[in-house]
Write a protein that binds this ligand. Structure first.
Ligand SMILES: C[S@@+](CC[C@H](N)C(=O)[O-])C[C@H]1O[C@@H](n2cnc3c(N)ncnc32)[C@H](O)[C@@H]1O
Length: 273
């Protein structure tokens, strides 16, 4: 299962070079890159950097905080938090190619000293008990069947009272998901929880739930904008196509239907360890 999830995302070990080429051809000077220049590439979730900042605002972060990002992808959310709040972020991700690219991209924007990335599995975190002040996970659990283990691990590595922020794609009331979608080409690696199941899972792991936000309507607008721009220009406004392949436009079109018909919902949960 873990191998199939990692190869769904990328087997491209030269991902950072491929991203650098795309940025150069879009007219960016790599020596002067900012995190905002990378946001269309490295915030690999619905509603992008805005959603990361919304979550970060609720995490009580300061320069002294050490944050864990579970399923850190290309490292965009980790860099956004490190830059905005001055904190340190450790990312963990199943896909080695993403960890390598995340490390390279952090050096491009001068954040290599405050963020680091390690290959690993969210259901078996390679960290001691009570290591982190806060933790987040954005659009990762859709690929994880053993969510009870994932949240128990998050609880274990958090210090008492630490914030755990979750922003995920959930199963909606509108029926089965239409595939392919950005996290799966078919149902075999897709495991969506409903909003009620999520509340039970988080409570079952020992978290106290303090805030729940449903952003489904805004997610619908996000995909409508993306697909109308793709129809006009023929080019994806984000370059996720680079690692998701040629079926990305179909994934984006399916997501418009999935979210409009409420087959999926996007929801954030803020909890305390
Ligand atoms: C849609 S991406 C989101 C990446 C990042 N959180 C972001 O928002 O930009 C999903 C990520 O989850 C990772 N992932 C999936 N299953 C995982 C697991 N069991 N443990 C750690 N990472 C996992 C994938 O490798 C991928 O990088």
């Amino acid at each position: 299962m873990a191998d199939r999830v990692a190869s769904h995302y990328s087997e491209n070990l030269g991902l950072a070079n491929a991203i650098a080429d795309k940025l150069r051809s879009a007219g960016k000077d790599l020596a002067k890159l900012t995190t905002a220049d990378l946001a269309a590439v490295d915030e690999f979730h619905i509603r992008g950097r805005k959603a990361t900042l919304e979550l970060g605002e609720k995490m009580n972060l300061s320069a002294g905080s050490h944050v864990l990002d579970i399923g850190s992808g290309l490292g965009g959310p980790a860099r956004t938090l490190a830059e905005t709040f001055g904190c340190r972020v450790t990312g963990i991700d199943l896909t080695q190619a993403f960890c390598d690219a995340a490390t390279a991209m952090s050096a491009w924007v001068g954040l290599g000293g405050r963020v680091s990335f390690k290959q690993g599995d969210a259901t078996n975190l390679p960290f001691g008990n009570q290591t982190f002040d806060a933790a987040m996970t954005i659009h990762v659990a859709m690929n994880i069947a053993a969510k009870d283990k994932m949240y128990a691990e998050a609880r274990r590595v958090l210090k008492s009272g630490g914030v755990f922020a979750v922003y995920d794609v959930l199963q909606g009331e509108g029926g089965e998901v239409l595939y392919p979608v950005p996290w799966a080409r078919d149902p075999s690696i897709s495991h969506l929880a409903t909003p009620d199941e999520m509340k039970n899972l988080l409570a079952g792991a020992g978290f106290k739930l303090v805030d729940v936000q449903d952003s489904t309507e805004e997610s619908q607008s996000f995909f409508e904008r993306m697909t109308s721009q793709m129809a006009k220009t023929g080019v994806s406004p984000v370059i996720w196509q680079l690692f998701l392949g040629e079926d990305f436009p179909e994934m984006a079109r399916n997501q418009v239907r999935n979210v409009t018909e409420r087959r999926i919902r996007t929801v954030s949960f803020i909890c305390l360890a």
